[in-house]
Ligand binder design. Structure first.
Ligand SMILES: [Zn+2]
Ligand SMILES: [Zn+2]
Length: 199
């Protein structure tokens, strides 16, 4: 009966982290604050029916579409998630290592400045805090590095989790056979392209 409801696509999250935790790979949609993450869990993910949760990855050149949705015990306010993200080492590691199963958790992404972290904290330029200048100028000391400001981040995972066993990596040619991915692309890509070409 879920086809009576138009899928509501939720895009208002920062990205996705992939972490080993509790022996299984975790797929972690990231929010910028704890309140938003717990609200999204409470109102949406909490009502998802575990075995019906689906994650789809569709690679297009250097990016990939992250698509996740599920049947819900509260169909009227269900949402599916999608986000276009650049391929990363974490993503590639997940693709190789997931083994058909993952835990779904939500996470909170926090930026940390130099004073908040230990000496061995890694900057987004990949060099550690000690390799950055002190006091006012905290640019990176590696000659070939352009980093002007130490910046690191931390991901905190919410405790609640669900198990996902329906994970697929698809090409754009294969999505027409997949209800969730097809719905996502027709709403968020093909419709938009049609609208902009009509202008
Ligand atoms: Zn740096
Ligand atoms: Zn650096």
């Amino acid at each position: 009966m879920s086809s009576e409801y138009k899928v509501n696509w939720f895009n208002d999250f920062l990205g996705v982290a992939y972490r080993y935790y509790d022996l299984r790979m975790n797929v972690v949609p990231l929010f910028s604050d704890f309140k938003d993450a717990s609200k999204f869990w409470r109102e949406t993910v909490h009502w998802w029916i575990d075995h019906s949760i689906k994650i789809r990855f569709v690679e297009i050149e250097n990016d990939y579409w992250f698509i996740m949705g599920s049947d819900s015990k509260r169909v009227e306010n269900n949402s599916s998630l999608f986000k276009i993200l650049p391929k990363s080492n974490y993503y590639e590691r997940f693709k190789k290592g997931h083994d058909g199963e993952a835990y779904l958790r939500l996470g909170v992404y926090t930026k940390k400045s130099k004073k908040d972290v230990k000496d061995d904290a890694v900057c987004s330029c990949s060099h550690v805090k000690e390799d950055h200048g002190e006091e006012d100028d905290d640019s990176c000391l590696y000659e070939d590095c352009n980093c002007k400001k130490f910046e690191s981040f931390q991901v905190n995972l919410l405790k609640k989790k669900k198990t996902v066993t329906d994970i697929k990596f698809l090409t754009e040619n294969e999505i027409k056979d997949d209800v969730l991915a097809w719905n996502c692309f027709s709403t968020n890509k093909y419709n938009q392209e049609k609208e902009s070409s009509n202008e």
